[in-house]
Design a binder for this molecule. Sequence first.
Ligand SMILES: [Zn+2]
Length: 252
Amino acid sequence: MKKIPVVAAFGVSLLIALPCVSYADEGAHWTYEGHAGAKHWGDLEKEYATCKLGRLQSPIDIETSKIKAADSEPIKLAYNGASAQVSNTGHSIQVDPEDGGSITVDGVEYKLVQFHFHTPSEEKINGKPHAMVAHLVHRSADGKLAVIAVLFDLGKENRTLQPVFANLPAKAGDKRPLDGKINAGEIIPENHASYMFEGSLTTPPCSEEVHWIVMKTPMTISSRQLDAFKKLYPMNARPTQALNGRTVQTGR
Ligand SMILES: [Zn+2]
């Protein structure tokens, strides 16, 4: 398959038939806008039906006046510095650490699998997105997923992420090893107060049974870092989805 620069996947070129530029995942080509955009994911192929039929879809708009206080156990973070690969998936920039550690939520251990970024943040707080979000994806031994979302505002340069953002793989399908090691724990704010709810993957196939933990305290990235990402992905956020009776609880 011919490699196509990511920029070609945006704009009017979408109207021309393009070979699939999705590398990280199997299945039909999808985008955020246009004829294969978020509104149409559920119709692109059978395996994506949950994107339109699911009742626990993510992301959501978190209305802070409607949150339930919960007496859940504090989450335990056990991350460590790890070598990692940085890849351009055709939908985002993704970092895959080798044995980057794990988290424990309600007595279940989930190992860190990868983290990636969306701009603006997919999660909204009282109707407003942040500049960016990192999704840290973890999987338990029996295949359940827990995702920690870290919101970013513009501000000081994020030093932990600088080795990633200083040299983003420019083309869909590109991969490179990260210089040095990265500790995912340093991406997460020290205060672990969070919003917790049940949801889904925010990309096709939109599979449900994902435990979401959205950190309340935003971190910062510099405008230079955000601009470097936006050159590749100006907008890669799914719109917020209906709550369908779900409640958001506080976590710590
Ligand atoms: Zn994500």
